[in-house]
Ligand binder design. Structure first.
Ligand code: HEM
Length: 387
């Protein structure tokens, strides 16, 4: 009998055959192991995202939610509360003027790529993406330099879960607590000494006399660090994997770096790091003959919607000329990713510089060690050998 357990190492390793069976045979599936429904077809996911009144985020959007986050921050509130939070934070993003980060991001990519020149083999995750991601996010958010390694380690742990208990383990909760203490100190410091950075701007953002309260500022800061570090770091690794596995596409991007923009969109469709998010039903809802009940959790499998042949012809082919309009790599509707601009600028700059130093490469491991996470999918280690 078919089963789908988003916590299982087999799904981490290759979710796509499971997704195909879900879409074709069980488009509204009750996962006993996860204790939630799974929607896997593109059209159903888009309908659910637009119907946020029924598919609520207020009980948390991570497949395994962290304590105390539900109902308090961007991914975990519904409109109108969410509109208010998002408005205040967008205001901070505008003030930070992300365009002005383009040069520092390029410089960070150059600095991290250069030591790889002439290396026979390296781990893309530790030696490039981790170092680059913290440089970009520390600059954008305004985190004090010197704490990079610890912040990254804790952010990555926060999005993981224990595949045996299917919950957050003590090490994940400890990382979350550490991050909240860290974020409180940074917020206090930024209020004493404001700079041109996201934390300074949104911790003091005000629209028509409305401000974020202390809990909102704290949980938004921890969410931005977690979302930024893991989503961007994880996606860079997935992008490198796609480039390593598709030599023709890579050579085209090396010869004409403008094509990286298209390759990034296709990678967000083909192999996004943000695979599955959760919603909770505010009322009974029937779909494909199944009645889901008020209070039930529902997994929106973005990674499956992106491979739905009903939406994308030949979905299992990685084609950088595809220009996949409406892919779900950044989610959609009211909760669409707030970091899209910074993510696109950063990934493009990263590979423009990385490809100048390492234009030809192949992956070394046949089997990759995947991060244990029911929400995100990215390798813990990706060994590349310049060809
Ligand atoms: C390539 C990298 C990234 C990917 C693939 C990605 C993906 C996503 C996805 C799929 C969602 C929707 C979650 C849901 O439906 O509940 C989301 C939301 C979000 N992302 Fe990203 N993200 C990336 C980078 C970033 C960065 C760099 C930041 C911050 C600096 C960020 C901040 C956020 C925030 C704050 C939300 C919540 C938005 C809301 O609920 O209104 N993301 N992201």
């Amino acid at each position: 009998m078919f089963s789908f357990d988003p916590y299982s190492p087999a799904v981490d390793a290759d979710p796509f055959p499971y997704y195909k069976t879900l879409r074709d045979e069980h488009p509204c599936f009750w996962s006993k192991e996860a204790g939630m429904w799974v929607l896997s077809r593109y059209a159903d996911i888009v309908t659910a995202l637009n119907d946020w009144q029924t598919f609520s985020s207020a009980k948390g959007n991570l497949m395994t939610e962290l304590p105390n986050r539900a109902g308090a921050t961007l991914g975990t509130t519904d409109p109108p509360r969410h509109d208010r939070l998002r408005g205040l934070i967008q205001h901070a993003f505008m003030k930070r003027n992300l365009e002005s980060l383009a040069e520092p991001i390029k410089a960070a990519a150059r600095e991290v790529a250069e030591p790889l020149r002439g290396e026979k083999q390296f781990d893309f995750v530790e030696d490039f993406s981790a170092k680059f991601t913290v440089k970009v996010l520390f600059a954008a958010l305004g985190l004090p330099m010197g704490d990079e390694a610890q912040v990254r380690e804790k952010a990555v742990l926060m999005v993981q879960s224990d595949p045996h208990t299917r919950t957050k383990g003590p090490e994940h909760i400890a990382a979350y607590n550490w991050m909240q203490d860290y974020a409180s100190k940074v917020i206090a410091e930024r209020r004493r000494n404001p700079q041109n950075d996201l934390i300074s701007h949104f911790s003091m953002a005000e629209i028509d006399g409305d401000k974020l309260d202390e809990r909102e500022v704290l949980l938004t800061t921890t969410t931005l660090i977690m979302a930024g570090v893991e989503s961007l770091g994880g996606f860079l690794a997935m992008f490198a994997l796609n480039m390593a596995d598709h030599a023709d596409a890579r050579r085209q991007c090396v010869a004409n770096p403008a094509l990286l923009a298209d390759a990034i969109e296709e990678s967000l469709r083909f192999n996004t790091s943000a695979q599955r998010f959760r919603r909770c039903l505010t009322r009974d809802h029937t779909l494909h003959g199944q009645t889901m009940r008020e209070g039930d959790f529902v997994c929106l499998a973005y990674g499956s919607g992106n491979r739905d042949e009903r939406q994308f012809p030949n979905p299992d082919v990685y084609d950088i000329a595809r220009k996949p309009k409406g892919h779900l790599g950044f989610g959609g509707s009211v909760h669409a990713c707030l970091g899209t601009a910074i993510a696109r600028i950063s990934v493009k700059a990263a590979f423009e510089e990385f490809h100048k130093v390492v234009p030809e490469y192949r992956r070394v491991q046949e089997q990759l060690p995947w991060m244990p996470s029911s929400t995100f999918r990215s390798p813990l280690r990706l060994d590349l050998a310049p060809a």
